[in-house]
Design a protein around this ligand. Sequence first.
Ligand code: NCD
Length: 304
Amino acid sequence: MMLKHIISMRDFSRDDIDIILAKAKEFEPIARGRKSGLLSGKILSTLFYEPSTRTRLSFETAMKRLGGEVIDLGSIESSSVAKGETLADTIRVIGNYADAIVLRHPREGAARMAAEYSKVPIINAGDGAGHHPTQTLLDLYTIMRESSLSGLKIALVGDLKYGRTVHSLAYALSLYHADMTLISPRQLQMPDVIKKDLKKQGAVISETTNLEEVIGDIDVLYITRIQKERFPDPAEYQKVAGSYRITEELLKSARDRLIIMHPLPRVDEIDPAVDRTKYARYFEQSFYGVPVRMALLVMAMEAG
Ligand code: NCD
């Protein structure tokens, strides 16, 4: 597999994904601190037009633990973007400095557009409400390590309309023939185009607004934040804020082997008391971003 850019899960076959997950497993000891110089002499640029904690820092960590260097644009306000530079120009310029670019942008399609102007690999770290493929790969890795990808019964809960993590994840899970239950307020259902696409892949999906009714029947509960910043009208956000909250009480009817995942940041979707239960995996999940992003960086640097 030689993907130059990493833009959408639609560019990956199931075999591609399995290769990346296997590579990530090999990188786990390095992610935990074992020395490596695999990417020494390589430079990664991070270019974030939207806030980020895990994605940016885990890419940085992955690069540095592999012996590479990172240059970061820093805040948009302190760069030439504030003077009106276009994304296309910024990308062309950074391609003269770095061997690959990790880009997060508020506009859907921005990463695909950037790839057209870039001579170095573009890695999409989130384009508006569009895609977040590297998050999906770490989500799949978490499921592989902490549960199982075969015969999987999973619930995707929360903001399925604006949540880019669930858009990418649902598509990838369809390649694994997962049984998916989509749980959201009516206003925040998974967009029809994505559902159609999932069904075309042969995915088994059902939809409900009621989490209690499925909690006893799933292996993975994947909950997401309501994406406040994507609502055109703040009053509409207020109507759905706090729609779902995972509590110890709710978990009384959970399967023993259930795991709870969240791409983070959480706002109030998970009661902090749940962190101490055997079900919680969201902090492990954030660690798994490091070995998975190592695998992606090595692939991108080889392809670039
Ligand atoms: C997510 C994102 O940015 O889409 N965060 C992440 O990358 N882990 C989820 C979110 O912001 O809710």
